[in-house]
Design a protein around this ligand. Structure first.
Ligand code: AHR
Length: 496
């Protein structure tokens, strides 16, 4: 099959905010205990932080990590997780039916962020608790000294404030599964008052309002509208969450799920701008896509009630999941003008790109690789490629282009990166690449992930599903031609 992609410097979508390569650590399963934190592990540092895991996170390039939940945060008392370890209570954790030992909390997370070369994105409990505890946590984390909570932090051994810039106002507050779920009116008011007081404590912070838990909630759209109408002035972003599955084993539809994601993002932008128009304000609300991934392999796995750090949500990803993750990330970048934060959910063990054995090693899952490649090379402005390619129909969608693509243009370093997924299960694509106005640019690398069975997975012993290098695309005076394998994720880089 033949196709053509044209790139032009004029077709800028928007500057890529590095925070779109964020991720998420929740107190859930073995994300914290046995994941990032395991005192006594041979690779752990003096604070129990697993350095083998941190090394992989650094390879991934994750500038921001959301914490401590997720559903967990809606029942969390942050005070349980600070201060002397021996005084911290174990709690029944109602979101996931387990026991939370509270051996890891806010300060341990902040120390971990520093070691992992990332920034915290903290969530406050607006379920069982409210604005008062939220502003106290901002004071604990960000106020220098001379007040109850800042002095408490200092007494706990942390003289300097943590200076947390990004705060989520609760989690999925429209979901009946959430502790103290709320109506839009209830949540809008609570979030508004919390954000207002949190910003009074520290005017430099940014806040994220909970959008609907997914676009399939009955209240989707109306929830965003009502909550924004109440809280607009005190929030900076609205959140979106979306996970996809292939329960039906319909790969053609699964690979096209990001068409749904694209529509979802567009709808939320429309609601934000509707409220903006209604308020006659210049302030624009941007999007924080703070949970996205493939999630279904682990559904239904039994969990022993009230156990500590059980094997929960431990999806093992395959090759087609990696292609779907690549398409999702491409879609997020295609909205770089409005999607300023995004979190691959989650980071370690729990629906995650990194998988560990408690007491043992760690490996990179298939979804690790497209994320790593895009985090590394997507710099500067996102460019909208003009794509001319054949299309297909499947059960869930019609007119699915075989190619999914976005590019980035780093003006400063004179570098272009083109990211392309070939969804065709049968045919390679002979891709003609045209660089308009980039005449002096030459291809410098061509990496891809291809040649695997859709169900192939990585293991502790064999990370076989990964990126590999290819010969450079063939170039003459007029054309650059690259062969994109059937079912492939491709990264082609050009430099002046
Ligand atoms: O990421 C797993 C869970 O998915 C989170 O706790 C919740 O926010 C979402 O429903």
């Amino acid at each position: 099959m033949k196709a053509k992609i044209t790139l032009a410097g004029e077709l800028k979508i928007g500057e890529i905010d590095r925070r779109v390569f964020g991720s998420f650590i929740e107190h859930l399963g073995r994300a914290v205990y046995g994941g990032i934190y395991e005192p006594g592990h041979p690779m752990a540092d003096e604070n129990g932080l697993r350095m083998d895991v941190i090394k992989m996170i650094n390879e991934l390039g994750v500038p921001v990590v959301r914490y401590p939940g997720g559903n967990f945060v809606s029942g969390y008392n942050w005070e349980d997780g600070v201060g002397p370890l021996e005084l911290r209570p174990a709690r029944l954790e109602l979101a996931w039916g387990v026991t939370e030992p509270n051996k890891f909390g806010t300060n341990e997370f902040m120390q971990w962020c520093k070691k992992a070369n990332t920034a915290p994105m903290m969530a406050v409990n607006l379920g069982t608790r409210g604005p008062d505890e939220a502003r106290a946590l901002v004071e604990y984390c960000n106020h220098k000294s001379g007040s109850k909570y800042s002095d408490m932090r200092i007494a706990h051994g942390f003289k300097d404030p943590w200076d947390v810039k990004l705060w989520c106002l609760g989690n999925e507050m429209d979901g009946p599964w959430q502790m103290c779920a709320k109506t839009a009116e209830e949540y809008g008011r609570t979030a508004n008052e919390a954000a207002k007081m949190m910003k009074w404590v520290d005017a430099s912070i940014e806040t994220v309002l909970c959008g609907s838990s997914s676009r399939y909630m009955n209240t989707f759209g109306e929830w965003e509208q009502k909550t924004l109408e109440i809280a607009y002035d005190n929030v900076d972003y609205v959140s979106l969450h979306q996970y996809y599955d292939n329960h039906r084993q319909d790969t053609a539809s699964f690979l096209a799920k990001n068409l749904d994601l694209d529509d979802f993002i567009y709808s939320v932008i429309c609601v934000c701008d509707y409220v903006k128009a209604k308020k006659r304000t210049k302030k624009q609300i941007n999007l924080s896509f703070d949970e996205w991934n493939v999630w279904y392999h682990s559904n239904g796995a039994p969990v022993e009630r009230w156990s500590v750090a059980p094997n929960q949500l431990e999806d093992i990803y395959n090759f087609e999941d990696a292609l779907v993750a690549a398409c999702m990330l491409i879609t997020l970048l295609r909205h770089a003008d409005r999607v300023k934060i995004a979190c691959l959910a989650q980071l370690v063990n729990v629906i995650a790109p990194i998988f560990t054995k408690t007491g043992g090693g760690a490996f990179r899952q298939t979804i690790f690789y497209p994320f790593q490649a895009m985090s590394k090379y997507a710099r500067g402005n996102a460019l909208k490629p003009i794509i001319d390619c054949p299309k297909y129909d499947c059960k869930d969608f019609t007119d699915v282009p075989y190619l999914e693509s976005v590019a980035s243009y780093d003006e400063e370093n004179e570098e272009i990166a083109l990211f392309v997924v070939n969804r065709s299960m049968e045919e390679d694509v002979q891709l003609d690449i045209s660089l308009l106005g980039f005449e002096d640019y030459k291809a410098v690398s061509f990496e891809s992930m291809d040649g695997y069975n859709v169900l192939e997975e990585n293991t502790f012993d064999n990370e076989k599903v990964k990126m590999h290098s290819n010969p450079l695309p063939v170039e003459d005076d007029k054309n650059i031609v690259a062969n994109l394998k059937a079912l492939s994720f491709n990264v082609i880089r050009f430099k002046k």
